[in-house]
Design a protein around this ligand. Structure first.
Ligand SMILES: N[C@@H](CCC(=O)N[C@@H](CS)C(=O)NCC(=O)O)C(=O)O
Length: 214
């Protein structure tokens, strides 16, 4: 089905590119990173806009196939590299739980954090306060879900954990930060210890928070 021989991820450090980048590194496959750099006027390169007219990152090129949306890229890579166990087997309860977790994160927590970080893009006074309340409610719920379990879905790390790692880092802009919740902090540290996640952090030049530095 996929004839492509090469994987190329267009990214910017610290953005929604983190989870797909970590997935590629967890799989252990060869990939190329292309940083999408805006010029001084903030203009996105024309060749990137030709690939992804929204100008947003990430975009994955898998041979001739172009995939946008970080969660879609995770699911695509999970299907393409089943041995990496980024997605549980079709037909299992864990697979359904992965869909639930990823869709909740992308529909609810991620947009709330975007409004927390960039309230000016949403135009209205009070947007940030409402977004903080939304985000904190979701963060508290996920923290509760992680009590007495290592990973969000089943007993192994999946794509949902890579996504939560990214959003936990974005959640450092909350007060208190998302990673101050005990179960989320333990999950963040556990996920950071995965080889592919550490590699992604290094390749994107992202600092580890002090509590996660040995
Ligand atoms: N739902 C998309 C969101 C992508 C997105 O909004 N990316 C941001 C960075 S996190 C972006 O490229 N924004 C454009 C900008 O910063 O101008 C995904 O998860 O891939």
């Amino acid at each position: 089905m996929f004839t492509g021989m090469s994987l190329r991820l267009h990214y910017r450090p610290g953005t929604a590119s983190m989870a797909p980048h970590a997935a590629l590194a967890e799989i252990g496959v060869e990939y190329e990173l292309v940083e999408v750099v805006r010029d001084d006027a903030g203009t996105i390169p024309a060749d990137y806009l030709a690939l992804n007219p929204s100008g947003r990152v990430p975009t994955l090129e898998d041979g001739a196939l172009v995939v946008t949306e970080s969660a879609a890229i995770l699911l695509h890579l999970g299907d393409r590299y089943p041995d990496a166990h980024l997605v549980p087997d079709v037909g299992t309860a864990e697979r359904t739980e992965l869909y639930r977790s990823l869709l909740n994160q992308t529909n609810t927590l991620q947009p709330a954090l975007m409004r927390v970080m960039y309230p000016e893009r949403y135009g209205e006074a009070g947007v940030r306060e409402a977004a903080v309340a939304d985000a904190q409610e979701q963060v508290a719920r996920i923290d509760g879900q992680l009590a007495n379990r290592l990973w969000l879905v089943g007993t192994e790390r999946t794509a949902a954990d890579l996504f939560l790692f990214m959003l936990t880092r974005w959640g450092r802009h909350l007060d208190p930060p998302a990673w101050d919740r005990p179960n989320i902090r333990a999950h963040f540290v556990r996920t950071l210890a995965l080889p592919g996640v550490g590699r992604m952090m290094d390749e994107q030049g992202l600092e580890r928070p002090p509590f996660a530095v040995a």
